[in-house]
Write a protein that binds this ligand. Structure first.
Ligand SMILES: [Zn+2]
Length: 48
């Protein structure tokens, strides 16, 4: 029997957590957003 298992291992980075519901924020190019409650946090760039 062939067992099909979908395994997608991604380099997990301990990112930020949603302050509203505590889930992991989805990382975007310039922001992070929670797919659960919709919380969005913009990344801050420290450019001196
Ligand atoms: Zn959330």
């Amino acid at each position: 029997m062939a067992e099909k298992k979908e395994k997608k291992i991604k380099a997990y980075k301990p990112g930020r957590q949603c302050p509203k519901c505590g889930r992991r924020l989805a990382e975007h190019e310039n922001r992070m957003s929670c797919g659960h409650c919709g919380y969005t946090e913009f990344k801050t760039h420290n450019k001196g």
